[in-house]
Design a protein around this ligand. Structure first.
Ligand SMILES: [Zn+2]
Length: 465
């Protein structure tokens, strides 16, 4: 679901009685977009991906610079609303002169020396960092992955994005920064959120709240007529970027007269990186999947009638014993045949055959409330339709039972990652942890052959509480 930046104007009875004073608009409230993963998954997968980044790029490996970035980063983190999640926060300088900075889910922040070298003062560097930290706090990377993986199968997309232990094509394709960077291509609405929250963090840390916008302005000016800096390919410019930041600065009450702009520590760190030798440019490994991984493998083997058992904290089920489990955590899992994950044409693996189970936080008054099941299901379908314009509901939600509890059964059609159309049979059910969904996926012309298998798996589902 695209993040909606809500401007909350609060007019209370209080303000009615104090109309002789100017009424300031409140700062914008930011709501993290829909996310099917847990913050613990952000940390675990971000950490794995960070160690790949460390292997595939050349770090500055300068303890003074890393220590400076860490103390500046932590000062900003102290003003960051992470919704109560404690992230491990690691800050590293990358020995790369292109102007960029990026943060992986879970708080692994990489800042190119180029960004430090081009910043005029500490507040500008703090501005880029505050923007990155906001992406972490709002969990934009895994929100993006959630949108992508919901219809296509969690293991496929998730596995290729994070290089997790998924099978088949993904392993031969190898883990790559190319695939991984899908996590870092933010939507424009995510950019606006990170700009607004970053501006608030700057303000709350005592920095000039316009410094982030100034830095972006400077990048845009300096790159006129040239290739835009790498930063803008990961962080696309939303419309009216600077105006939106200025609006937020006004809501915060303007730039404080004593706002901090620079420090000796910044100047020392900048001098330090400028003296580092420039490493030879590395090519980003594995940006294109090998032809072998792309080659069609034919349909997977017929599902076995013998079943294997799966147990998680929340539920158990049985699945054909010639299928594999492609990763999973307390909130979900994915099952499919060998060869059920195919390359979707953009270097990402996607589930063409199999079952994905996930949980999404749902708004509703009561978990047993039929209305909340309806509306949560509708919300999920709406957000899918925004991500997949070709997705169509082929059978409207119908009441069914899953493990003897009320559930909804919906059929949709969508583009199959292997080409042609696919059928997705979606079962949704309210559980104390949120809306739990089961997505049974197969190419449309093969779906009937899988229907019995999907039904057998669904029949075997037992919730533990
Ligand atoms: Zn961004």
């Amino acid at each position: 679901m695209p993040a909606v930046v809500r401007r909350v104007w609060i007019f209370t009875a209080f303000s009615l009685f104090t109309t002789c004073f100017p009424t300031f608009a409140q700062r914008s409230q930011l709501k993290a977009p829909w996310n099917m993963y847990s913050p613990q998954t952000d940390i675990a997968e971000g950490r794995k991906f960070a160690s790949q980044v460390e292997q595939q790029s050349t770090l500055c490996n300068d303890p003074k610079v890393d220590a400076y970035l860490t103390q500046l980063g932590k000062k900003l983190v102290a003003q960051l609303n992470t919704n109560g999640v404690e992230y491990p926060w690691e800050f590293r300088c990358v020995n790369d002169r292109s102007i960029n900075a990026f943060a992986l889910p879970g708080g692994f922040v990489f800042i190119n020396r180029g960004a430090i070298e081009v910043a005029d003062n500490e507040s500008q560097l703090a501005g880029v960092m505050a923007h990155e930290l906001s992406h972490v706090a709002l969990r934009h990377g895994t929100a993006q992955a959630s949108k992508a993986s919901f219809a296509q199968g969690a293991a496929g997309i998730f596995g290729s994005i994070f290089g997790g232990s998924t099978g088949g094509a993904l392993l031969t394709q190898g883990v790559s920064l190319g695939a991984g960077s899908a996590l870092l291509h933010y939507s424009r609405s995510a950019e606006t959120q990170a700009d607004v929250m970053g501006t608030q963090v700057l303000y709350d840390s005592g920095y000039d709240p316009r410094a982030m916008a100034q830095f972006f302005e400077k990048l845009a000016q300096e790159s006129k007529g040239k290739n835009p800096p790498e930063f803008f390919s990961d962080h696309p410019n939303p419309d009216h970027r600077l105006e939106r930041v200025d609006e937020e600065v006004q809501k915060l009450g303007g730039t404080p007269p004593n706002a901090r702009r620079d420090s000796q520590e910044f100047e020392a760190a900048k001098r330090e990186v400028m003296t580092l030798p420039v490493p030879p440019k590395k090519t980003k490994a594995g940006t294109a999947p090998s032809p072998a991984a792309n080659a069609p493998k034919g349909p997977p083997a017929v599902p076995s009638e013998k079943m294997a058992a799966y147990q998680s904290q929340g539920f158990s089920l049985s699945y054909p014993d010639n299928w594999k489990q492609f990763g999973g955590d307390n909130n979900g899992a994915t099952f499919g045949p060998e060869g059920g994950v195919v390359n979707d044409g953009s270097g990402h693996g996607a589930l063409a055959y199999g079952l994905t189970i996930g949980t999404t936080p749902a708004q509703g008054n009561s978990n047993s409330d039929a209305n909340s099941l309806d509306s949560a299901t509708q919300q999920v379908i709406n957000s899918l339709q925004q991500s997949y314009p070709n997705m169509k509901i082929t059978r409207q939600p119908q009441a069914v039972k899953l493990n003897n509890q009320p559930a909804l059964s919906t059929y949709v059609s969508n583009d199959s990652p292997g080409g042609g159309a696919e059928t997705d049979w979606l079962i949704t059910i309210m559980r104390p942890e949120g809306l739990v969904y089961f997505v049974c996926t197969a190419p449309q012309n093969d779906f009937q052959n899988y229907h019995k298998t999907f039904a057998a798996i669904l029949d075997s589902v037992r919730f533990h509480n």
